[in-house]
Structure formats: structure tokens, C-alpha cells
Design a protein around this ligand. Structure first.
Ligand code: GLA
Length: 360
């Protein structure tokens, strides 16, 4: 539940600004079971919302600028949220982007803001989307405005494109606006249709490699660009529309990206079918195949993530079903799917990594 984070945000607001916040809101993180780098190719994703949150507490600012405070970082940035968008770097950019994108017909005002959370930033668990959605919900509350969740997700995705300038797909914001922790959802990123599915009694561990990147670093944008080039070379609107028979005609530099997206869409639909059929073995195999493709076809893994997945694969006799990196890659976390009743013991097998926790 988000209660703890909301209380902590209100308390941190009082400590920082010496008065009560007028509004507070939270949004959850996500663990993507499978369907990686498919969302911005209009494909399929299968995320799970997790019980880790970002919360934002806000109140109208007394002065002519906003004071944006990240309590976990003990960092405050001053910015004018009523003026043109000017990126300043770091967490504040997400708030600046959201404030500008929300503006539209609504009045803009400066706010004192505290954000914090239980979601590690830069770990592939969609902390940016949770930050955007929590802050957007708090701002909308100050305006007394309701927004339909899909529209809110779109606003936050556009905000991230504008500032800090990361060309993310729609998955993370849709999970942050729609999903309930513990809920797996199959999302068709073309129609934006969401279908809840049961995880059953499979247990999920999250192992943090400790390697950090930010999507704003450029690696993510480069992969997205490669996918767009591959789609253009294949004369299809997006890689969602490509099929294997076309791969031979592509330059080797684009072939891996196209192959990954085509096969990852297939894997994601097969994983959804495996969940429906309670076939945890099949799900595990798909996770391992998905990791191999992210590593070999897309090149977004790293040595530490590969080490976690290799170790997991060697622990099948102890209950591991499968494992893969989750999120954009380049660092962050891997997930390990485990047979019922084995997750807690298996967590001990990853104690040399910075953090391991049960997500389901
Ligand atoms: C990041 C992006 C998402 C998605 C994943 C990769 O989390 O924000 O839109 O593209 O990477 O699947």
C-alpha cells in the first residue's frame, strides 16, 4: 500500500517547508515480466505493478517560484513552473515536464513540492513514470480536476519526451495510472487495450545489479532509433507489422533489433497464454529466451545482469523457473521467477548483489 510513502511525504513536507501540504498522491512502480523494447514499436508488454511507490506532497508556493525537494536525495531545486520549459537536470526535470504538459487549459501555478519513494531510481522499475504520475495526480488535486487514467498516462509520457527528453513508450505510465500491485496486465501498445491476467502462485524475486544508468543518457534513444530505422527499411509503419520472412533483407546492424521485436512480441503473447494455462514452466523458458535476445540481438544487457540470469539458470533444481533483465536494460534489475514456496530461500543465493526483494 502507498500509505507509508504518503505519510512520509507529508512528514518530509512539514520538515522542509514548516507547514502542511495541501495535497498528496502516489503511484506504483512496475516490473515488466516480458515484452521489452516492444512498447514503442506498438507491440505487446506484460508488466506487473509492484508494491513500491513514489509519493508527492504539494502546496501552493508562497513566492514566485517553485521549490522542488527530493527528500531521499536531500536535494532542493528552485524552478518557475509557470514559465517556458527549461531542463535543469535530475529529478526536477520530470516535474517541470509534467507541470508544462498538464498546463493546457488549466492555470499554472508555482508549488512547493516534496517527492520520495520506496522505488530505487534508475533500477529499471519505472521510477520515472511513478514520479510523473504521482506528481501529476497531486497537481490535478490542487486544481480540483479529474483526468481519465489513459489520458493521464499519455500526458506523463509526452512530458517525459519533452523534459527530460527521453523518448519512452507508453508502458510505464499506463502501469502507474492503471495497475494495482500484484496485478499482471497484458497491454497492446497499439490499441492501448489492457487485459488483467493471473500470476498464479509463481513467486517473483527482483535482484538489483547495482549498475545504474538513466534513460536520458542516450542508450535508450539509440535503440529506439535503430528500431525506427529497421521499420523504415522494411517499409512497415512499425516493427509490430514486420515478420521474420523480411529479416534477410535488412542490414546486419538493423537485423538484430527487428528480430528482437518480432520474436519478443511472439514471446509476450505466448507468456500471456502460459499465465492463462497456469503453465509456469513455459513462462520460465520464455523469460530465459527473452533475456538471451536482449543480450545478443539488442545488446542492452551488461555483465552484472548476465551474471544474475546465469546464476538463476543454474538454480533450476532449487526452484528457479526462469530469469531475465527487466526494464530498458544497461543496468538495473533482473527478475527471477520461482516455484511456489522457493522464493525466500532462493533470495539468499543472490545475497552478493546489492538488493534482492520479493515482488510477488
Ligand atoms: C523503459 C521505457 C519503456 C519501455 C522499456 C523497455 O522503461 O520507459 O517505455 O520502452 O524501457 O521495454
Amino acid at each position: 500500500m502507498s500509505g507509508t510513502e504518503l505519510e512520509r511525504a507529508a512528514k518530509a513536507f512539514r520538515a522542509r517547508f514548516g507547514r502542511e501540504p495541501s495535497h498528496a498522491a502516489a503511484a506504483p512502480g512496475r516490473l515488466n515480466l516480458i515484452g521489452e523494447h516492444t512498447d514503442y514499436n506498438e507491440g505487446f508488454v506484460l508488466p506487473l505493478a509492484i508494491d513500491r511507490w513514489v509519493a508527492a506532497a504539494v502546496a501552493p508556493a508562497p513566492g514566485a517560484c517553485s521549490r522542488l525537494h527530493a527528500a531521499d536525495l536531500d536535494e532542493t531545486v528552485e524552478a518557475d513552473l509557470t514559465g517556458p520549459v527549461q531542463p535543469v537536470g535530475g529529478f526536477a526535470d520530470y516535474l517541470i515536464g509534467v507541470a508544462a504538459e498538464l498546463a493546457g487549459p488549466h492555470p499554472r501555478r508555482n508549488l512547493d513540492v516534496v517527492v520520495l519513494g520506496s522505488l530505487p531510481p534508475g533500477a529499471g522499475l519505472a521510477s520515472s513514470a511513478a514520479l510523473e504520475v504521482a506528481f501529476a495526480r497531486a497537481v490535478l488535486a490542487t486544481l480540483g480536476v479529474q483526468m481519465e487514467p489513459r489520458e493521464l498516462a499519455r500526458v506523463c509520457q509526452r512530458a517525459e519526451h519533452a523534459c527530460p527528453g527521453t523518448p519512452c513508450g507508453p508502458m510505464d505510465q499506463l502501469v502507474a495510472t492503471h495497475a494495482v500491485p500484484g496485478q499482471v496486465t497484458l497491454i497492446d501498445c497499439r490499441s492501448l487495450e489492457l487485459l488483467p491476467l493471473p500470476l498464479g502462485d509463481t513467486e517473483i524475486l527482483v535482484v538489483d545489479s547495482g549498475v545504474r544508468r538513466t534513460l536520458a543518457d542516450g542508450g535508450f534513444a539509440a535503440v529506439r532509433e535503430r528500431c525506427a530505422e529497421a521499420a523504415a527499411a522494411l517499409h512497415v509503419p512499425s516493427l509490430r507489422d514486420a515478420d521474420r520472412s523480411l529479416l534477410g533483407g535488412l542490414a546486419p546492424s538493423l537485423r538484430g533489433a527487428a528480430q528482437h521485436v518480432i520474436e519478443e512480441n511472439e514471446r509476450t503473447l505466448l507468456a500471456a497464454a502460459a499465465l492463462r494455462a497456469s503453465d509456469a514452466e513455459a513462462l520460465g523458458e520464455l523469460l530465459l529466451d527473452g533475456h538471451a535476445s536482449l543480450r545478443d540481438n539488442l545488446g542492452v544487457s551488461c555483465a552484472e545482469l548476465d551474471a544474475i540470469v546465469d546464476r538463476a539458470a543454474s538454480l533450476r533444481s532449487e526452484g528457479v523457473l526462469g530469469a531475465r533483465l527487466t526494464g530498458a536494460g544497461f543496468g538495473g534489475c533482473a527478475l527471477v521467477a520461482c516455484r511456489p514456496g522457493t522464493g525466500d530461500a532462493l533470495a539468499g543465493r543472490f545475497s552478493d548483489f546489492p538488493t534482492t526483494f520479493r515482488a510477488a
